[in-house]
Design a protein. Structure first.
Length: 129
């Protein structure tokens, strides 16, 4: 059973990599409207605070050059989050807040990210086009 979960997760990561260049249905303006009050500049600082760069490469964030998780360049153009969720602000915020609830057993740990912080991080990620 554990091998099957690992295979499914690997397939999801592979699918995310393939689809990462696809254009989403929503414009960046539409997305920003769904994150009222979110602060992308604060989001970049939070990426540092939560240590996201220890696993992910995140353009524009100092020392965010990890290679464990997928690189997040071009994130604002991606169609999917985690290879299985439509890339919408609600889905991304849910993923950032509690990735284990979304895809149990995946490699991304819960980091106890608050809703406000998750919205700011999401706002920053959507600037990455």
């Amino acid at each position: 059973m554990a091998g099957r979960n690992s295979s499914q997760i690997a397939a999801g990561v592979f699918l995310a990599a393939i689809l990462s260049g696809c254009e989403p249905d929503q414009s960046q303006h539409d997305i920003v409207q769904q994150l009222p009050g979110a602060d992308a500049t604060r989001g970049a600082s939070l990426i540092v605070s939560y240590g996201c760069g220890s696993c992910h490469f995140v353009p524009g964030v100092n020392n965010a050059d990890g290679i464990v998780g997928p690189p997040l360049n071009g994130f604002g153009r991606r169609v999917y989050v985690a290879g299985m969720l439509r890339n919408t602000p609600d889905n991304l915020v849910s993923w950032i807040e509690n990735p284990q609830a979304v895809v149990p057993g995946n490699a991304m740990p819960n980091m106890d990210v608050s809703d406000r912080d998750a919205q700011d991080i999401a706002a920053y990620l959507y600037t990455l086009r």
